[in-house]
Design a binder for this molecule. Structure first.
Ligand code: ADQ
Length: 488
């Protein structure tokens, strides 16, 4: 036996990174970097449904979250925040342009939303998408404990499931699509349709907002890569016989938390102040959206404009508040949309406003949750009119805040939310005449009937909240693995 070198026992080993039984991967980390008044940098939790949902599953077991910190350049070191281990993934400015603004939001987003605007195809965007997805997968592989559950989010990371499987065949991989999955006729336009499907098939379980989305995915696998499929599952084409499950698990909101916030006396006071500051209108209508061409803001404004022009509605009795959160401001289609919406608002106010009472109050800001809750409570009619939307959480947030059973929800048939909230005042936003009639019906329906509708809508959201969504997803992921050596 070789003599051991002196001091061998005391040679320090390089510490391995800590690993976690649950790893989330999402395009963004759940925090934003803020610079305080003293010039110090700190991280603040970005409030959002996904963060709340993950709180509910991470309080029993510590988890890690892999994502981009939101600014180009080298990433900050890993750190812990509110009991979650955050693993920043770095993106160069060029990658932000090609992977995020380009492939994710200029190629995939339009194709997955019915090509409301034309999609752009660029090979260098696709190359960047692949590289960035590989980097996310490497970060996941490094922090996942043996046999961990890995939950990948959304359309920006569709190749991550297969990359992770190659690096870490021991982990269990789930992916959830927050946006629609398009019909095969549209998906087939993508020059990289095969690799995208193969990327997703690296998962054990794929979750979608609607059954129709899961069906579209299964059909795309059958028609475009000739995979063997059954209702709700696809057999991968690598000859292993492994089956991947695909099912609908619709996302929701934190019903209890948001309702408690809406009941706060400060929110009630703010709600009254909002109505007063708008001149105490008899009827307040509200739209709240990211400024995105999928949200049907132009169609909504057109219907409203015609109702005003026909004298069926008008200020000072009636007003519309349209809150439009700034979004993807470096993408051309979003710049055009903003210019168009702002011009239309200007025209409506110029033609149809009265002194001191604009017909539309347009706000291009992001607001804290308290302000949103106050706005929802103040609104007599909530207009949710997307042309296509995976779910639309605004619809669910509105009914959550209406514990008084007041208000009326106008909801587009083309949202995932409509499949759960079909008692709402349904509309097809492409049909401007029909949309006008629906708005008038939402206004004119007697209060007792509106209360009955609101009670039914609230019951649905209360029973299917975001905590239940996360628990259902993870239960489906645990049940999913279907390896030939273990499976039937
Ligand atoms: P989004 O397209 O961003 O999400 P949505 O579901 O409506 O759409 O969620 C927007 C969120 O931002 C809501 O929580 C809303 O309250 C908030 N918000 C909007 N405007 C705001 C403002 N001015 N200030 C502060 N907050 C504001 C994607 C899909 C959706 C899917 C979600 C979740 O496109 O279809 O419902 O993911 O899966």
């Amino acid at each position: 036996m070789e003599p051991r070198p002196p001091g061998a026992d005391s040679v320090p080993s390089i510490p391995k990174p800590k690993t976690y039984d649950l790893v989330i991967a999402a395009n963004r980390l759940p925090v934003d970097r803020v610079v305080t008044e003293s010039g110090a940098t700190e991280w603040r939790r970005s409030p959002g449904g996904l963060v709340t949902a993950m709180d509910s599953v991470m309080h029993t077991q510590p988890g890690a979250w892999v994502g981009w910190a939101g600014e180009p350049g080298s990433p900050p070191d890993r750190f812990d925040e509110d009991g979650v281990h955050l693993v920043p993934v770095g993106l160069s400015a060029e990658e932000v342009h090609r992977y995020y603004e380009g492939f994710s939001n200029g190629t995939l987003w339009p194709i997955y939303h019915d090509v409301i605007v034309a999609a752009s195809f660029h090979r260098e965007w696709w190359a960047a998408y692949q590289h960035v997805n590989q980097r996310f997968a490497a970060a996941v592989a490094e922090v996942a404990a043996p046999g961990a559950r890995v939950w990948i989010q959304d359309y920006q990371l569709q190749l991550v499931p297969a990359y992770v499987r190659t690096l870490r065949p021991d982990v269990r991989i789930g992916w959830f699509n927050h946006i629609p999955f398009p019909p095969v006729e549209l998906f087939a336009q993508l020059p990289w349709r095969g690799p995208l499907l193969e990327g997703l098939l690296g998962a054990d379980f794929l979750g979608f907002q609607r059954q129709a989305d899961a069906r579209n995915f299964v059909r795309a696998c059958r028609q475009l890569i000739h995979a063997e499929t059954r209702a709700g599952s696809v057999t991968v084409t690598d000859g292993s016989g492994r089956r991947v499950r695909a099912a609908a698990i619709p996302i929701s909101v934190d019903f209890k938390g948001l309702e408690a916030l809406a009941r706060e006396p400060s929110v009630t006071a703010r709600m009254q102040e909002i109505r007063r500051s708008l001149g105490d209108p008899k009827l307040l209508m509200l739209g709240v959206d990211r400024l995105d061409y999928t949200k049907g803001i132009r169609h909504r404004l057109k219907a409203y404009q015609e109702l005003l022009a026909e004298g069926r509605l008008g200020p000072p009795e009636v007003t519309l508040v349209q809150v439009a959160t700034p979004s993807r401001e470096r993408v051309a289609a979003y710049q055009h949309l903003r210019a168009d919406v702002e011009q239309t608002v200007g025209r409506i106010n110029g033609d149809l406003g009265v002194m001191g009472y604009p017909a539309v109050h347009y706000l291009h800001h992001s607001y804290p949750r308290e302000e949103m809750a106050a706005l929802f409570r103040a609104a007599d009619v909530m207009l949710v009119t997307p042309l296509r939307d995976g779910m639309n959480l605004v619809a669910k947030e509105y009914v959550t805040c209406r514990f008084d059973l007041g208000g009326a929800l106008v909801l587009s048939e083309f949202t995932g939310a409509w499949h759960e909230l079909h008692q709402a005042f349904s509309c097809n936003p492409h049909d401007i005449e029909g949309l006008k009639q629906t708005i008038m019906r939402a206004i004119d329906t007697p209060a007792p009937e509106k209360r009955r509708i609101m009670r039914a809508l609230r019951r649905r959201v209360a029973e299917h909240d975001v905590q239940r969504w996360a628990a259902r997803f993870l239960a489906a992921l645990d049940a999913a693995p279907d390896r030939p050596e273990h499976g039937p």
